[in-house]
Design a protein around this ligand. Structure first.
Ligand code: SF4
Length: 332
């Protein structure tokens, strides 16, 4: 069976230019050799500290960026290097919801025009049909159709994110990449928006890539979770596995440093020490070796491949010592 999305060895490097002639003097290695597959209806969480490349990964998959190398197979078709014209059709299928709905909504346009735009761009429907569609979309995301002529600044943060979701839904995509979609919202509003995303997923069989630095939010919504560090996948597993028994030293440190959802629980001290190295000068070998308490000689020299942990082929870990470090708590 073909996966909805099959990302193969995807890399996205941005040139650094310098000098009078603006020659390329280096690269930012934002996404490096990433591979994973997504099944229809699944929610795939992507976590990591800021600057780990997770947003660049999302933007490369929706083809805001043209990848440096690798393949993005969407329903079997490689969209990694499609030109603008060919991308237009594909854009109906994959949409993005951004962190800051205010920045992504044109402040000078009423909501009706913002939501009508995708239909206009694709030449869909008469004026009356488009108006009806916009009304339908607003109802779907819990907004009043009587607010159609209001401007973005007249809505609350949560309502603006609902508008962002309505716009992403307009052309009935199969895949939506949510990039820190609830990070700017209050906790109570975050829950409402996440529940809305879950309801819409059931209704339209949507597949999500849910990118967030917030491990608790990702845990709540995701079927599987990928952990990124310096543009690489460190660990990938089903959500229940990764939160119960994180196997990679980076995932463990990230989880131990994360705020606990219940403030009455004692906070563990932050164990993730040191800064993330620059993605323009990543360390040799394992990208995490400069901060890893378990690092040994091989870690500085060889990049660890992403391999199954023991017999669990759904739990992948990129660490030379993964089997050894997880001996005491073997995974089923
Ligand atoms: Fe730590 Fe080495 Fe594993 Fe990297 S490969 S996470 S440095 S033990």
């Amino acid at each position: 069976m073909t996966s909805l999305l099959d990302v193969k060895n995807l890399s996205m490097h941005f040139p650094i230019r310098g000098g009078l002639l603006k020659r390329q003097v280096g690269s930012v290695f934002a996404v490096n050799d990433i591979s994973f597959q997504l099944e229809e209806g699944e929610t795939f969480g992507v976590v990591g500290e800021s600057g780990c490349g997770k947003s660049t990964l999302g933007r490369t998959i929706v083809r805001i960026y043209k990848p440096t190398s690798g393949e993005i197979l969407f329903r079997g078709q490689n969209i990694a290097h499609l030109d603008k014209k060919a991308l237009k059709n594909f854009r109906r299928e994959i949409q993005m919801v951004f962190q800051d709905p205010y920045a992504s909504l044109n402040p000078r346009k009423p909501i009706f025009e913002i939501l009508e735009e995708p239909f206009l761009l694709h030449g869909l429907g008469s004026a009356a049909e488009r108006r009806a569609k916009v009304g339908e979309l607003m109802q779907l995301v819990g907004l009043r159709t009587t607010d159609m002529n209001k401007f973005p600044h007249e809505f609350s943060g949560g309502q603006r994110q609902r508008i962002g979701i309505a716009r992403a839904l307009a052309l009935r995509p199969s895949l939506i990449v949510c990039d820190e979609a609830v990070s700017a919202l209050d906790v109570s509003i975050q829950a409402q928006i996440i529940n809305l995303l879950i309801d819409l997923q059931k209704q339209f069989k949507l597949t999500y890539i849910f990118i967030s630095h917030d491990l608790n939010v990702v845990r709540y919504i995701s079927d599987r979770v990928a952990v990124m560090y310096l543009g690489r996948l460190m660990e990938l597993a089903e959500s229940s596995t990764i939160y119960a028994r994180p196997a990679h030293p980076y995932t463990r440190a990230l989880m131990a440093s994360a705020p606990k959802p219940d403030p009455r629980r004692t906070q563990k001290p932050a164990v993730l020490e040191g800064d993330v190295p620059s993605p323009s000068r990543p360390p040799t070998g394992c990208p995490f070796h400069t901060r890893c308490p378990h690092a040994v000689a091989i870690c500085k020299e060889q990049l660890p491949p992403l391999l199954p942990l023991g017999s669990n082929t759904k739990h992948l870990v990129a660490c030379h010592l993964a089997q050894e470090l997880n001996k005491e708590a073997p995974l089923s």
